[in-house]
Design a protein around this ligand. Structure first.
Ligand code: LLP
Length: 382
């Protein structure tokens, strides 16, 4: 199970300091993605014998080089918008695609179906109002199993507080509508949330979907979603892939007639990415010292939106003692524009290059042009 990619091994960027400083000299804020790290994570997942088909949830990072690398590693692509479908078609045309939009307009479904995509529904509305689109089509059905999981309430995608998934009580109505249109449900899908470190989660979802499968009758595959997490805080244990595989295989023995699919995003790309930012200003105010950088919540939204913790190091002074305590902040006009709180770091100076870890997933793709500060640069390391 490729323990080389476990949290215990030193991150790739430790051996790439000179190259990263060179990259920062070409402009910051800049995301850098390390393709060998993406491939190592892909290989670790492909080693799970229980899973028949993998799709990369490209919302995590749609950079063309990553799509091509993951397609070459045998991954299909899970897309949620016409833009993501276009990116998948352009940069990884050979990779199988899933289209799993949410509350999307009719036109998105019409275009995807006309192009032959495998479309997943999670509401009655499309069949009730646009039923003709689905006539004689094979489709997926995403259900809400009644609970959500994940690193923050905003990324839990199951249960009554979430907008996702067809409630189980509506399955019969859904099946009646598909029959009326001559459509067939061939994939049953659930994705309960993101950033999950408990290997027992997916076998549970698998067992729940398998127990619903007979009612549907026409299924070929069970898709148990993504959400595979990576440790980010002290004390968190990495996801145990061997235990995950064993748990899945046990259920598969009872339901060998269905293919098992998974669709991770974060796990494949988070550790491959770092964000480089340059120190702009320093300021002491009351009890705190602020270290300002040219990246902020417009570059990496996760700390502001989820309170996510990203490791921060001073790449310019990698060997210096960490004898200062900083609030690492960006240039955006909001008090929430904090990338890291109470960080022990070497005393910094204007122009130092800071590296923000674990930035390959949901980083650049969630960046905005807020305050008209522009979008970050991106670069790929082979
Ligand atoms: N499948 C579906 C249907 C999803 O909605 C998602 C993520 C995935 C797969 C992939 O989940 P992953 O393996 O990456 O956890 N912006 C948040 C994460 C939002 C995830 C949205 N859906 C963050 O930065 O933590």
């Amino acid at each position: 199970y490729a323990p080389a990619v476990a949290a215990a091994s030193p991150p790739w960027w430790r051996g790439a300091r000179a190259r990263l400083l060179d990259a920062a000299a070409r402009g910051t804020p800049r995301y850098v993605y390390h393709l060998p790290s993406v491939r190592a994570h892909a290989q670790a997942l492909r080693a799970l014998g229980a899973v028949d088909r993998w799709h990369y949830a490209l919302k995590a990072n749609p950079h063309p080089a990553l799509l091509a690398a993951l397609a070459a590693a045998g991954f299909g692509l899970e897309c949620v918008s016409p833009g993501e479908l276009d990116a998948a078609r352009s940069h990884a045309p050979q990779a199988p695609r899933l289209f799993t939009p949410n509350f999307a307009p009719r036109a998105d479904y019409a275009a995807a179906l006309a192009a032959g995509e495998l479309v997943t529904l999670d509401a009655l509305h499309p069949l009730q109002h646009w039923g003709e689109l689905f006539a004689a089509r094979e489709i997926g059905l995403r259900v809400d199993l009644g609970s959500g999981v994940g690193h923050h309430e905003k990324v839990r995608t199951g249960g009554s507080a979430s907008k996702f998934g067809l409630p189980l009580g509506d399955i019969d109505a859904f099946l009646a509508l598909t029959q009326r249109q001559g459509a067939r449900v061939v994939v049953l899908h659930a994705h309960l949330g993101s950033g999950v470190l408990d290997a027992a989660h997916w076998p549970r979802v698998y067992a729940q979907l398998a127990s619903l499968a007979e009612r549907i009758g026409t299924l070929r595959a069970l898709n148990i979603g993504g959400g595979l997490g990576l440790p980010q805080r002290a004390g968190e244990q990495p996801l145990d892939l061997a235990a995950l595989d064993a748990g899945l295989l046990e259920i598969k023995r009872a339901y060998p007639q269905y293919e098992l699919w998974m669709e991770p995003g974060r796990y494949l790309v988070a550790e491959a990415g770092v964000l480089l930012a340059r120190v702009t200003q320093l300021k002491s105010k009351d009890a705190r010292t602020y270290l300002g950088v040219d990246a902020g919540m417009h570059t990496l939204l996760r700390p502001a939106l989820y309170g996510a913790r990203h490791g921060i190091v001073n790449l310019t002074r990698a060997e210096a003692p960490a004898d200062a305590l900083y609030q690492v902040v960006g240039p955006i006009c909001e008090s929430g524009d904090v990338l890291g709180s109470d960080r022990r770091l070497p005393a910094a100076q204007e122009g130092d290059v800071m590296l923000i870890e674990h930035a390959g997933a949901y980083g650049a793709t969630m960046a905005s042009n807020y305050n008209l500060r522009g979008l970050p640069l991106e670069e790929v390391f082979e």
